[in-house]
Design a protein around this ligand. Structure first.
Ligand SMILES: [Zn+2]
Length: 89
């Protein structure tokens, strides 16, 4: 091996080392990002309802029935449009 070849080899090894160092640094950054994301995910609380509940079409969301003190016959006073099909109500 000539001296020039040796120098070239050393330069290549140093370049490779730099690349590896940069890669390790990037992995560290990504790991930190990952941890942040994981923490954020752990602290994230799932909403109880996926979408907004619809106002009852019968009482328009007030939950009141035909007369004072009566509950709506469709939503039974909840004011929310029932999702399930009406059975024997
Ligand atoms: Zn109703």
């Amino acid at each position: 091996m000539t001296e020039a070849e040796a120098q070239d080899l050393i330069a290549r090894v140093q370049k490779a080392n730099d690349t590896i160092e940069r890669a390790i640094k990037r992995i560290d950054e990504l790991t930190a990002e990952n941890l942040t994301l994981r923490l954020a995910l752990e602290q994230y609380e799932e909403p109880v309802e996926d979408d907004e509940p619809e106002d009852c079409s019968w009482c328009r969301g007030c939950g009141e029935g035909d007369y004072d003190g009566a509950a709506c016959r469709k939503c039974h006073g909840t004011g929310v449009e029932p999702v399930e099909k009406e059975s024997d109500v």
